[in-house]
Write a protein that binds this ligand. Structure first.
Ligand code: HEM
Ligand SMILES: *[C@@H]1O[C@H](CO)[C@@H](O)[C@H](O)[C@H]1NC(C)=O
Ligand SMILES: *[C@@H]1O[C@H](CO)[C@@H](O)[C@H](O)[C@H]1NC(C)=O
Length: 322
């Protein structure tokens, strides 16, 4: 009898343990590092602030890094890995090559975090906090970042090529690439508001400003001015994604779309007579609605397939596995 009841107790304890492990491994939390790295937030914020003070565009570049990390096998810091002899990294994938930037800034932030709390905070979480701080510093909304992600030990150039939508995407292609990672059409429209900051290269908007008809003609002319028609000429010339305030995070992106001043083909797809027109209209008139939907979508994006528990590792140097 005694042995029956003790084995029952052991069974119940084991069942609870499994439940606990099962749920905790899938869950991120804003307080994940409160004991192990209490200075995490102030450390990251001051490093992001100093990078943005040196170059205002850097806030945009850091936000984009988080997007390009999360869409490729989850938010696991894989985009930060350099090429090795056993894999080609994501830095040379089509959507990233000559385009994503800010790796040196992430290195600096990670060094500062390692100094404060050695071996504790993942590169994936550094990216998540850095993205939030960038938005806040440029005037956007604040939110509590969920943490507890661990870092991948490998990267996938092929997955980066196929999972990150190109700027030639149609509305339905945009909807399906977000849906493939569990994000809704509303999330897609709200997250695209990130294009209220930052720059794009001529190669990514040439066809739009020379060949498309759903574009304000004086806007098209202005953009043609620094983007030669001939492919291969001036490909890397930059233009702001938001023509008025490319270093200020607000809802101007949607006002531009309503005025047919989206810079990328994919941008204007969100307001082109289709199912997302009304949401674009709403965001263009209601900055508060945009902010709250953007925050909700950023948190959802940050939840994409994290490595937790004993999966992955806490990388020392974001460019290479331990
Ligand atoms: C909806 C699908 C999206 C497409 C097709 C797209 C495409 C692009 C392209 C082509 C550029 C310019 C890159 C270059 O010319 O080198 C760009 C820049 C940027 N994207 Fe997106 N993007 C999308 C969604 C997002 C999301 C969800 C975010 C963030 C949550 C984001 C953040 C940014 C930022 C901040 C920049 C400017 C980066 C800088 O100045 O360095 N984008 N995007
Ligand atoms: C990814 O795209 C790049 C650039 O277009 C290409 O060179 C590379 O072969 C592609 N890699 C894979 C694995 O698909
Ligand atoms: C514009 O469209 C024409 C006809 O399809 C094409 O030949 C040309 O290369 C396009 N130009 C640009 C800049 O995309």
């Amino acid at each position: 009898m005694a042995s029956f009841s003790s084995s029952l107790k052991a069974f119940v304890a084991l069942a609870f343990l499994m439940l606990f492990i099962g749920s905790s491994s899938a869950q991120l939390s804003p307080t994940f590092y409160s004991k192990s790295c209490p200075n995490l937030f102030t450390t990251v914020k001051s490093a992001v602030q100093s990078a943005i003070s040196k170059e205002a565009r850097m806030g945009a570049s850091l936000l984009r890094l988080f997007f390009h990390d999360c869409f490729v096998n989850g938010c696991d810091g894989s985009i930060l890995l350099d090429d090795t002899s056993s894999f080609i990294g994501e830095k040379r994938a089509a959507p990233n090559f000559n385009s994503v930037r800010g790796f040196d800034v992430i290195d600096n932030i990670k060094s500062a975090v390692e100094k404060a709390c050695p071996g504790v905070v993942s590169c994936a979480d550094v990216l998540a906090v850095t993205a939030r701080d960038s938005v806040v510093i440029l005037g956007g909304p604040n939110w509590n970042v969920k943490l507890g992600r661990r870092d991948a030990r490998t990267a996938s150039q092929g997955a980066a090529n196929s999972s990150i939508p190109p700027p030639t995407s149609s509305l339905s292609a945009l909807i399906s690439s977000f849906s493939a990672v569990g994000l809704s059409t509303k999330d897609m429209v709200a997250l695209s508001g990130s294009h209220t900051i930052g720059q794009a290269r001529c190669t990514n908007f040439r066809a739009r400003v020379y060949n498309e008809t759903n574009i304000d003609s004086s806007f098209a002319q202005t953009r043609q001015g620094n983007c030669p028609r001939t492919v291969g000429s001036g490909d890397n010339n930059l233009a702001p994604l938001d023509l008025q305030t490319p270093t200020k995070f607000e809802n101007n992106y949607y006002k531009n779309l309503v005025n047919r001043r989206g810079l990328l083909h994919s941008d204007q797809q969100l307001f082109n007579g289709g199912s997302t027109d009304s949401l674009v209209q709403t965001y263009s008139n209601n900055p508060g609605t945009f902010n709250s939907d953007f925050v909700a979508a950023m948190i959802k994006m940050g939840d994409i397939s994290p490595l937790t528990g004993s999966n992955g590792e806490i990388r020392k140097n974001c460019r290479k596995t331990n």
